[in-house]
Design a protein around this ligand. Structure first.
Ligand code: ZN
Length: 210
C-alpha cells in the first residue's frame, strides 16, 4: 500500500497511529532498510519487480503457506526489501508474483509480517486517501473500517496478532484485500471506479502509441 505523502505533509496525522502486537515474533529492527535480517545475514536480499494493474496475478486468490521454511523466510525478507525500496507501507506476495498468503507492512512504527493471515474483526468507518504499489502514482479517497484486527503466523510459525486504528487498520485491510484478489479500485464508489478505469485505459493507450 502507498500513502499520499503530499497529503501527509499538509497535516494528515500519520504518526501516532497506535497498534498493538501480540506474540513474540515481532522482530522490530531486523528488516529495516539497509539491514539484512538476522536469518539471512550472509545472503544478499533481492528486490522483486512489483506487478502492476492489469497483471492477472493481482486478481488471483493465493493459497496458504503449507510449511514455513527457509524459502518462506527468504520471501518475507525480499518482500520487505522490495517494499522499502518502492517505497510503500505494505506489500502482499501476489504483488511480487507469488501466489501465497504473505503480507509485510511498516507504517513507520516498525516492520511486521503475517503468514496465512485471517481478518478477525473490523469496526467503524474512516475515509482516507489511499494508493497501491500495483497502481502507481494514483490516490483515491477510500472508505474502509477505521479499525482492524488480523491474526496469522510469523516466520517462526508463532501465532501473532496485529490490530490498530486509522493507518494501521487501513494497511491491514488493504493487504488482506490483495490476498483475496481485490484491488483498491473495487473499494471505490461505482462512478469513481468507472472514471478511474477509463483514465487508466487512456493512459495505457497513450503509452502504447508513443
Ligand atoms: Zn496494494
Amino acid at each position: 500500500m502507498l500513502i499520499s505523502l503530499s497529503r501527509d505533509r499538509v497535516g494528515r496525522r500519520v504518526s501516532g497511529v497506535g497498534y498493538r502486537a501480540s506474540g513474540i515474533g515481532h522482530r522490530a529492527s531486523s528488516h529495516r532498510k539497509g539491514h539484512c535480517s538476522a536469518l539471512f545475514s550472509t545472503v544478499a536480499m533481492a528486490i522483486f519487480p512489483i506487478r502492476t494493474y492489469p497483471d492477472p496475478i493481482l486478481r488471483m486468490t493465493p493459497g496458504p503457506v503449507a510449511h514455513i521454511d527457509d524459502d518462506v523466510r527468504r520471501l518475507v525478507d525480499d518482500m520487505f526489501e522490495t517494499m522499502y525500496e518502492a517505497p510503500g507501507v505494505g506489500l502482499a506476495a501476489p504483488q511480487v508474483g507469488i501466489a501465497l498468503e504473505v503480507i509485510v507492512c511498516d507504517i513507520g512504527d516498525g516492520p511486521f509480517h503475517l503468514i496465512n493471515p485471517v481478518m478477525e474483526e473490523t469496526s467503524g468507518s474512516w475515509t482516507y486517501e489511499e494508493g497501491c504499489l500495483s497502481i502507481p502514482d494514483r490516490y483515491w479517497p477510500i472508505e474502509r473500517s477505521a479499525h482492524a484486527r488480523v491474526r496469522g503466523l510469523d516466520v517462526e510459525g508463532r501465532r501473532v496478532m496485529y490490530e490498530g486504528d486509522e493507518l494501521m487498520g487501513r494497511v491491514l485491510q488493504h493487504e488482506m484485500d490483495h490476498l483475496e484478489g481485490t484491488l483498491l479500485l473495487k473499494r471505490l464508489p461505482r462512478r469513481a471506479r468507472k472514471e478511474a478505469l477509463r483514465q487508466m485505459r487512456q493512459e495505457e493507450l497513450a503509452r502504447g502509441e508513443l
